[in-house]
Design a protein around this ligand. Structure first.
Ligand code: UDX
Length: 448
């Protein structure tokens, strides 16, 4: 099969994964970005984002991948132009579409039929607006298709090449067919829809995923009060074939560049359209409060946090990525600093030094927990599975582990001499520590 010629605007997470995977499928791809450092890095063979397997995939398909700063060069003889720019929330919570409009304004006049494919997540109704803008500029030979991405960081290549579904929303059937053909070689159902429904599928999917998380987090919070174990509860819920086991892991809350942004965009869209999306508003608030519950857990064990030392283990919004966008660790660290605690942090790849001014970023878990009154697991990196070790016990000032992702087994942690506090699980207080513990370990931190 001869590949198509594709232009991609945006060399960020979605753009690079989409470009590399289309090249893997045999298409010729030119990726355009406005940041010179990104383009020069890519032209030099370096990949400016961390995504497992992406560097190798790009290297394997380098013959079909080009990079440029020049919009005209990118779209020259391109049959399809993918918009993969970010659409962050504005102060009002509406999606900022300025980067999308810039791409459209930069589309050079051409007589060739081209299809503009919106990969970026946009509010429902954006396709209508873009269609009108294209027609107003006499670009009625430019088609428009909504083809939202469902890429999760850490599994993005698999999410693209082995997706649950491919969504294609178009005004013209021929355009839908052209985009569907691009994905030949991928075995997945193609959901053809009108543009508005395709746009809504993306927003509703993310909102539903994050709602499941906020739901199980609230169940966890009730479990703590009634003596149930949310891990067992989630297992029992997940065996119902109508619910399934996924996205029922209680923790310190969801983060990342999508859930908060998309929930805010959908809530704003509903509000702007005359509907108050109550469940969505509650889901967002539950998540904000869930991150802050770590502070009250620490206060329960340590009393005032002023003058205490707390180790935050794991900073990225989830394991398998260095992405700090909307990471729960940022809120937790800021709250601890505001309470007067000394904060030591560790993450295997994320670097938060510029974001967490006042916290000390450590190079190892042992360094981070040295002298700490508590160790908090914020991101469930595999390296933390061995946290409850004799080395950690010897290094900490108080042997308290707050397991923000229920990564560890409470019985094993207690048997190793630590007090354990999970999310939605039974907790053991410092005063129940084994006799071997030094007496002053059981006293809450002194008031300065
Ligand atoms: C998400 C969607 O999964 C993806 O389909 C969409 O295209 C983009 O947004 P991503 O944000 O990369 O992907 O990560 P995801 O794996 O969904 O996790 C998001 C957050 O939810 C993380 O902070 C994670 O820790 C948290 N989470 C996830 C939970 O707290 N509990 C769970 O059970 C699952």
């Amino acid at each position: 099969m001869t590949g198509s010629r594709i232009a991609i605007f945006g060399a960020g997470y979605a753009g690079l994964v989409t470009g590399a995977c289309f090249a893997e499928l045999g298409h010729s791809v030119t990726i355009r970005d406005i940041v010179p450092e990104k383009i020069s890095a890519l032209q030099g063979g370096a990949v400016p984002i961390y995504e497992p397997g992406l560097e190798e995939l790009i290297e394997r398909n380098r013959e079909r991948l080009r990079y440029t700063l020049d919009a005209a060069e990118a779209v020259r003889d391109a049959e399809l132009v993918f918009v993969c720019v970010d659409t962050p929330p504005t102060y009002s919570g509406d999606a900022d579409l300025s980067r999308v409009w810039t791409v459209i304004e930069e589309l050079p006049p051409s007589s060739e039929r081209t299809i503009l494919v919106m990969k970026s997540t946009v509010p429902v109704g954006t396709g209508e607006k873009v269609r009108a803008a294209l027609d107003a500029r006499g670009l009625d030979h430019v088609g428009y298709v909504s083809n939202p991405e469902f890429l999760a960081e850490g599994t993005a290549l698999n999410d693209f090449l082995e997706p649950d579904r491919i969504v294609v929303g178009a005004f013209e059937e021929a355009d839908a067919e052209a985009v569907a053909r691009l994905h030949a070689g991928i075995d997945a159902p193609i959901v053809k829809a009108d543009v508005a429904s395709a746009e809504m599928i993306k927003l509703a999917s993310n909102a539903f995923l994050s709602t499941r998380i906020s739901f199980i987090n609230e169940i966890a919070n009730v479990c703590e009060l009634v003596g149930a174990d949310v891990v067992r509860v989630a297992e029992g819920i997940g065996l119902d074939h109508r619910l399934g086991p996924h996205f029922l892991r209680a923790g310190v809350g969801w983060g990342g560049s999508c859930y908060g942004k998309d929930a805010s965009s959908l809530k704003q869209l509903a509000g702007n359209s005359g509907y108050h999306f109550q469940l969505l508003a509650a889901m967002i608030e539950v998540n904000e409060l869930q991150r802050r519950r770590v502070i009250s857990k620490l206060q329960k064990h340590l009393g005032s946090l002023r003058g205490t030392t707390v180790a935050l283990l794991g900073l990225a919004f989830k394991p398998g990525t260095d992405d700090m966008r909307d990471a729960p660790s940022l809120v937790i660290a800021s709250r601890l600093l505001a309470e007067g605690a000394d904060v030591r942090t560790w993450d295997p790849i994320a670097d938060a030094r510029d974001r967490l001014v006042g916290a000390r970023q450590c190079d190892s878990v042992l360094d981070a927990v040295t002298g700490a009154d508590a160790a908090v697991i914020v991101t469930e990196w595999d390296e933390l599975r061995s946290l409850a070790s004799p080395e950690t016990l010897g290094a900490m000032r108080r042997p308290l582990i707050i397991d923000g992702r229920n990564l560890l087994d409470p019985d094993d942690v207690r048997a190793a001499g630590f007090a354990y506090e999970g999310i939605g699980r039974a907790s053991s207080a410092l005063d129940l520590l084994p006799e071997t513990a030094e007496p002053d370990l059981r006293e809450p931190a002194r008031e300065d």
